[in-house]
Design a protein around this ligand. Structure first.
Ligand code: GLY
Length: 390
């Protein structure tokens, strides 16, 4: 059997194993939105309680992926019902709590693309469309016209801060332009991506997590290590957001330099991930001890590289496709837990280097499932998180 067919079968079987476990987790947890499982720490599973928490979109987003990929009609209805209820729970962050807009941030794409944009794409629910458009307007309002960037987080002191994660949220703006016909959303996304490409991606393909710009001139003043090891380091999830995020902007604009940037970061990522058996360390430039992994970075980068493989000419595809497969298979061997002991699957995730903790984190499962879906044609693009509108 040809390698491509063997890999497709492997991906379909692994996707199915994930469906079975995640289905059990849904039955056990009902409408609780899963976040992390700290198996080796206090042993407590955590659910998101703060409505504006950036992670709130991933568990309902997993349900939309399962909805799209499962062959079982009863399950489909169950996934849609729970995903829609959870989407409604996020209204608290948009409209109903005291923290309201004050609690929101640059990560609204992570919250409303896998929920509302996916729901609208799959069920044409007009309430979902409205929520995603409200979130897109909120994100657009973070545009600094003098500095030329979207502001991260909220505080007067951080008004000039911009972070690599925002590249992922641009899919909400490309979606809004496609949906409304107004070019201004996509234009903001394009300008932000250009600024990030020129300032946050180093010549070797490594990426800065946090940049502080002058709010009046847009000059880059200083950088911070953020969730990575420190200034000048290379937080692996940030690298993964960049691969995927520049692909989102390539698909949203057709600009070749975004594709080239995604390729450069992918080459850097693969070279570094190879040093630790394709399960990436939390930071590619950190001391040898402690050894800390971030499986979520591997899953995100793999999904981004599969998008890359689709976009490049035939003879270039192998590098990105095989690179993604090396990571997905290493993650399956070293991190995937299909037992009934836990609700989530991918272990060895890290929220940030400074916590020194290894956890199961819901966005690891979300992007792992998405990457498998890309390989075997299940649930593919179900969340619209690639911004391609397909
Ligand atoms: N806020 C995105 C991340 O932690 O990766």
């Amino acid at each position: 059997m040809a390698d491509a067919e063997m890999n497709r079968i492997w991906a379909a079987e692994t996707w199915k194993r994930m469906e079975e476990k995640l289905h059990r987790s849904l039955l056990k947890n009902g409408d609780k939105i899963l976040y992390t499982i700290d198996k080796n720490g206090d042993g407590e599973d955590r659910y998101t309680e703060r409505p504006s928490c950036w992670i709130n979109g991933f568990w309902p987003g997993i349900l939309w992926q399962l909805y799209q990929g499962t062959g079982d009609g009863g399950r489909k209805a169950l996934y849609a019902e729970h995903a829609k209820r959870m989407e409604k729970m996020l209204d608290k962050a948009l409209f109903e709590t005291e923290e309201g807009f004050e609690g929101l941030h640059h990560d609204v794409g992570f919250m409303w693309v896998p929920t509302s944009a996916a729901s609208y794409r799959l069920t044409k629910d007009p309430a979902s469309r409205r929520r995603a458009l409200v979130a897109a307007n909120y994100l657009a309002s973070r545009w600094n016209p003098d500095g030329g960037f979207l502001t991260a987080w909220n505080s007067k002191e951080k008004e000039g801060w911009s972070i690599i994660d925002t590249m992922m949220n641009l899919s909400l703006l490309y979606w809004a332009s496609e949906e409304t016909g107004y070019e201004r959303f996509a234009r903001i996304a394009d300008l932000h991506a250009e600024k990030t490409m020129n300032n946050a991606v180093r010549p070797d393909g490594s990426v800065i997590h946090i940049l502080h710009y002058d709010v009046r001139t847009g000059e880059a003043l200083e950088s911070f290590g953020g969730q990575g090891y420190g200034v000048g380091s290379s937080w692996s999830r940030g690298q993964a957001w960049a691969i995927y995020g520049f692909m989102v902007s390539y698909l949203g604009t057709g600009r070749q330099e975004y594709l080239d940037t995604a390729k450069r970061v992918a080459h850097y990522f693969l070279a570094n991930a190879a040093q630790s058996g394709y399960v990436p360390h939390v930071d590619f430039r950190s001391p040898e001890e402690p050894v800390l992994y971030d499986s979520t970075a591997g899953a995100i980068a793999a999904s981004g590289m599969l998008m890359l493989a689709e976009a490049v000419p035939e003879l270039e595809k192998g590098l990105y496709r095989n690179g993604a497969l090396l990571m997905l298979k290493a993650l399956e061997k070293e991190c995937c837990d299909f037992s009934e002991d836990t609700d989530l699957i991918l272990s060895k995730g890290a929220e940030a280097y400074r916590y020194r903790a290894q956890k199961y984190i819901v966005y690891g499962d979300y992007y792992y499932l998405e990457a498998l879906g890309r390989l075997c044609g299940r649930g593919i693009f179900s969340t619209g998180s690639d911004g391609s509108g397909r």
